[in-house]
Design a protein around this ligand. Structure first.
Ligand SMILES: CC(C)(COP(=O)(O)OP(=O)(O)OC[C@H]1O[C@@H](n2cnc3c(N)ncnc32)[C@H](O)[C@@H]1OP(=O)(O)O)[C@@H](O)C(=O)NCCC(=O)NCCS
Length: 160
């Protein structure tokens, strides 16, 4: 697929509803994969507010891939302040990345991720972190293909 067919650009306020649809689809995929992932009542409204905040924040970057006039993929990175005991004092955090299923394996996810890295680098951010669910083998392979290495493991225990 030619890059011109799916240009990557910063999200605009009028992308909000389109990105929200993509986030819903991302969450539905995740919910089907692990019963511990459960959305609260009002989750969509909460994500709308969260996204609106990031769209207006100088320390966040939302990129979308546009296809036929609509957002078909998106990614969100923020510049995060580290705990005061640790260096570096700031790092990039990539919290969301989603490509519509029909458009996967065409390099779109990679182009969005690299666009976010370029934006972080331009803000003198020297490293980036993210997390993915254990079931998400394609996510793991995708991040590894970009050069990410494991760093931190989060565990879960159901209490009686
Ligand atoms: C993970 C995701 C963003 C990848 O997007 P994409 O546009 O398909 O990725 P790309 O085409 O840029 O893939 C780049 C490379 O990553 C690796 N990769 C991507 N998907 C893969 C998969 N399902 N299995 C194995 N490797 C994969 C490959 O090395 C690929 O290169 P190749 O196609 O030349 O072999 C997409 O599958 C997605 O939205 N998944 C659901 C949400 C998600 O898991 N988000 C990220 C984790 S938080």
């Amino acid at each position: 697929m030619a890059n011109e067919e799916t240009p990557i650009r910063p999200a605009r306020p009028d992308d909000l509803e389109g990105v929200l649809l993509l986030w819903n689809a991302l969450m539905a995929e995740h919910e089907r994969s692990d019963p511990r992932i459960r959305l609260a009542d009002g989750a969509v409204g909460a994500y709308r507010a969260y996204l609106g905040f990031h769209l207006g924040s100088a320390t966040s970057r939302v990129l979308v891939a546009e296809r036929d006039g609509r957002a078909a993929a998106f990614g969100l990175a923020t510049i995060t302040r580290n705990l005061p005991m640790f260096l570096p004092d700031r790092y990039g955090y990539l919290s969301d990345l989603y490509v519509a299923p029909a458009l996967r394996r065409r390099g779109i996810g990679g182009r969005i991720a690299r666009g976010l890295f370029e934006w972080l680098s331009a803000h003198q951010v020297l490293s980036v972190q993210l997390q993915y669910y254990d079931f998400n083998e394609s996510g793991r392979e995708f991040w590894r293909a970009l050069g990410f290495l494991p760093y931190y493991t989060r565990m879960w225990l159901d209490l009686p």
